[in-house]
Design a protein around this ligand. Sequence first.
Ligand SMILES: [Zn+2]
Length: 176
Amino acid sequence: MGLICVTCGVQYASDDPGRCPICEDPRQYVPESGQAWTTLDKLRSGHSNAIRPEGELTGIATEPRFAIGQRALLVAHGESNVLWDCITLLDDETAAAIEARGGLRAIAISHPHYYSTMVEWAHRFDCPVHLHEADRRWAVREDEALSFWSGGTLDLRSQSHHARELRHQDAPLRDR
Ligand SMILES: [Zn+2]
């Protein structure tokens, strides 16, 4: 489902996106060799995730390095966790390791370079992805799991309890 840009690691809804607007943005780049694509299955065959403590948090990073070397952080939240930022590679081993720690209650992403395969993660853990409204155009794979917020801060402690409600309320916006 959906090709992944090799350079930035973002997954598109389409199997033929043609170009990657994220890499074409002046803040990123398209490699001289041209736009290249991969799939999650191909990525799984040659890469794995290292899950390591980082202070009080748990870091999740793909080895060997993929895309721009993104790293996600698992933040304990009650008996579950919030995933802060996201990475492209999601495989069974990673999912099992996170489930063993209580699963995910929500995913919160700071920047479009971490949008990666966020929809795959949301489906796997049945949780919402909180994204800022200002970055909506970079969410290139639309999905009901994406929950856009506005303003300066979002209190995840209250939001995550009402995730289903929020998703429902947001749905009409995405149909416009
Ligand atoms: Zn890209």
